[in-house]
Design a protein around this ligand. Sequence first.
Ligand code: GUN
Ligand code: FE
Length: 412
Amino acid sequence: MIIYSNFITSESKDSLKTYENHYLVCENGIISGIFKVLPEKYKNLQITDYSNKIIIPGMTDLHIHAPQYSFRGLGMDLELIDWLNTYTFPEESKYNDIEYAQKAYSSFVKALKNSSSTRACIFATVHNEATIMLMDMLDKSGLITFVGKVNMNRNCPKSLCEIDAQTSIDNTREWIESASKFKNCKPILTPRFTPSCTDDLMQMLGKFNLPVQTHLSENLSEIEWVSELCPDAENYADTYYRANLMGNNSIFAHCVYCTPKEIELLKQTNSYIAHCPQSNANLASGIAPIRHYLDNDINIGLATDIAGGANISMFRAITDAVAMSKLYMRLVDENAKPLSFAESFYLATAGSGSFFGKVGKLEKGFSFDALVLDDSKLENINDLQLTDRLERIAYHLEDRAIYAKYVNGIKI
Ligand code: GUN
Ligand code: FE
C-alpha cells in the first residue's frame, strides 16, 4: 500500500518530524519507509492520495473503563471514593444483565472505533460473560486491545463482590480460557486496586504469566485507606510489587502522589504509568509530576480514564496533559517545566504505543496505525506549518478531524 500525504510523527520524546507531500509505503501492515520520491520498485503500485490532509500515528489509550462509557459526564462534582460508590459501582453492577451489557458495550465499541484511539487497554467488570461479549465486539472492530475482567473481592457492593480469592481466581482462569479464541483482543489481569483485592488474591494473580493493569496512588483518601488495609506493606506500590505484579507488562494508572521509593520501584521494574489528566482534574485527585517521570525515563503514556475523564478523545488527553503540567509548574514546583505539545503528543502515540511493541511512530519497522486528519473546517486564515495545523486540530476539532483510520495497515 502506498499513501501520498503530509505526515507528522515523534522523532524523539520532545521533537516532531514532518514529511510534506511524501509517499508512505506499508507492506503487510508494517511501514517500509517514507519517501520524497517514490523508489522505482514501488512505481507500479496504486497510490492512495490524501493530499492536503495530515497523517499521524494512531493513539493508544493506556487506561479506559468500558462499562463507564454509559455514564460519562455524570457525578463530576465528586471525588474518587464517593464517585465510585455513587455512580461507578451501581452502573458496573448492571453488567450482570447480558442484555444491558450488549446495549452498553455496543455503544462503547462504536465510540472507540470512531475515536482517535487505534489501540487501548480496557477495564471491563467482574462479569465473565459480559467481558467475553465485549472482547468479541472489540475483536471484530479491527482495533487492537487488551481487556481485563476485573478482580474484586472486598470493599464493594455484594452485586460486584467475588466471594473469596479462590472464586475470583477460578473466574479469572475460566475467562482467560474463553478469551483464547480472539486475535486482536487479548486478556490482561485487572485487580481493580488494592482496596478491592485481598492480599491472598493479589498473591494468586501474581502467579499468572499475563500483562497487568490497575490503579496506583490516585487520591489522598485512597492512599490513606491502603495504608490501613495493608499495614505491613512499605507503601502503596509495594502492595503490587510484593505480589509480583510489577514489570514491563504492567500498567499503573494515575501515580499522582508516588513517593521517591515508589517511583524507584516503577523505574526498576520498567512498569508503565498511565497518565490520566482529565480524570485527575474532574475527580480533584491532583496533578501528577509528569515532567519528573519523563526526565527519569520511566515508561509513560496517556489515557482518558473514561469515566473519570468524561471525554474519549486522546486529542483531549494531549491538551489536558499540557494544561495540567502548567498548573503543576505554577502551583506545585516552579522548576518543573510544563510539557510541550510535542512531548504530550509523544506520550499519546509512541509513549503509550510502546506497550504494544513497535507502535506509535511513523517510522520504518513500525505497525502502520494511523489517523488521516482533515482540518479544512478550521479555515486557517494564516499560512500555517504542519505542526501548527496539528496543534489547532488537537485544541479545536479533536476527533471530529478524523477522515480515515488505519490499524496494522488495514482501513477500519
Ligand atoms: N480506582 C478504582 N477504581 C477506579 C475507577 O473505576 N476509576 C478511577 N478513576 N479510579 C479507580
Ligand atoms: Fe481508572
